[in-house]
Design a protein around this ligand. Structure first.
Ligand code: ATP
Ligand code: SKM
Length: 297
């Protein structure tokens, strides 16, 4: 039976929108022992300070010396509904043995939820979460991608992004939220192919709405000094997606929010919670890995 039967696509007004977002991982010295071959401990399905910290060990890759991944010290938590928590746990248990410690790379447009959904997937798999944009900021020593574009250039950012992905590709048991443009360089695919790649495919209207809600200051490719933020973001996202669509389609699995909403009887993707999307991503991962194993045998 499809494990997602019974999953509720809860309207955000009563769930996601009313909740605190999970805090991001950040880096300042070391990475967790989970990057080694240790098996994941069973942990409660709560993100934030309710999650026990994993023990820390020095990272091996030269580039990440001096960096560390650590849970926020804040008090915010993300609660899943009982249904979602159970399904997330079951799906994670199904996927883990097939994943064989490989990393998971989330690709997709800006605002597609790679960070939000990636943190949930990392949590349930007992993996560590990395955001490649944040790693580039750390490596360059500038605290925002927008400033890196301004002070240096987009090409400089892209070179550093490739180096970050190369270094991550030698590690295990990570969920990585990649930058929206990471897919455009073939070399980045050679790194990401060492793990599993998942495309979060979100309709442009939903992307533009999400981005307009928080502003474009942190997204240099969308930033405009004036004008209607939604309309400008929508136009720019449309042009970017046209150029990148084929590259995103290289991913091992695609989570189409339109399809997920349809599956749950909705015609609006905005009702889908991040955890419902994370469940779909785990289902897609399982299908891909199972098919791959069948082809091999
Ligand atoms: N399922 C969802 N429903 C509504 N809003 C969401 C959902 N998932 C993420 N968001 C919101 O959309 C915005 C972008 O999400 P997020 O930062 O996770 O995307 P991203 O793909 O990592 O973006 P970027 O590549 O620009 O860093 C955030 O404000 C987040 O709170
Ligand atoms: O879509 C893009 O090209 C980008 C997305 C962000 O994640 C950042 O990597 C940067 O703003 C570029």
């Amino acid at each position: 039976m499809d494990a997602s039967v019974g999953l509720r696509a809860t309207p955000r007004a009563s769930s996601w929108a009313g909740q605190h977002k999970p805090h991001g991982a950040f880096f300042s010295g070391r990475v967790p022992a989970s990057l080694t071959s240790e098996k994941p401990a069973q942990r409660p399905l709560v993100l934030g300070s309710g999650t026990p910290m994993r023990s820390m060990e020095p990272v091996r890759g030269a580039r990440f010396k001096g960096l560390c991944c650590k849970k926020s010290a804040g008090t915010e938590k993300v609660h899943y509904s009982a249904d979602e928590a159970l399904i997330l746990k079951q799906k994670a248990e199904d996927v883990l043995p097939c994943l064989n410690d490989r990393c998971v790379y989330l690709v997709g447009m800006m605002g597609s939820g790679k960070t939000t959904v990636g943190k949930i997937i990392a949590e349930v798999l007992g993996y560590s979460f990395f955001d490649s944009d944040k790693l580039v900021e750390q490596a360059v020593g500038i605290s925002s991608v927008a400033e890196i574009f301004q002070v240096h250039s987009e090409a400089f950012f892209r070179d550093n992004e490739s180096e970050v992905l190369r270094d991550l590709s030698s590690m295990h048991r990570l969920v990585v939220a990649t930058g929206g443009g990471a897919v455009i360089r073939p070399i980045n695919w050679s790194y990401m192919r060492k793990g599993l790649t998942i495309w979060l495919d979100v309709p442009l209207d939903a992307l533009a709405r999400r981005i307009a809600a928080v502003g474009t200051a942190s997204r240099p490719l969308l930033h405009q000094e004036s004008g209607d933020t939604y309309a400008k973001a929508y136009a720019k996202l449309t042009a970017l997606l046209e150029k990148r669509m084929d590259s995103y389609a290289n991913a091992d699995a695609r989570v189409s929010l339109e399809n997920v909403a349809f599956k749950h009887g909705h015609d609006d993707v905005n009702v889908l919670t991040p955890s419902a999307i994370a469940i779909e991503a785990l289902l897609k991962m399982e299908s891909f890995l199972t098919e791959k194993a069948m082809v091999r045998n």
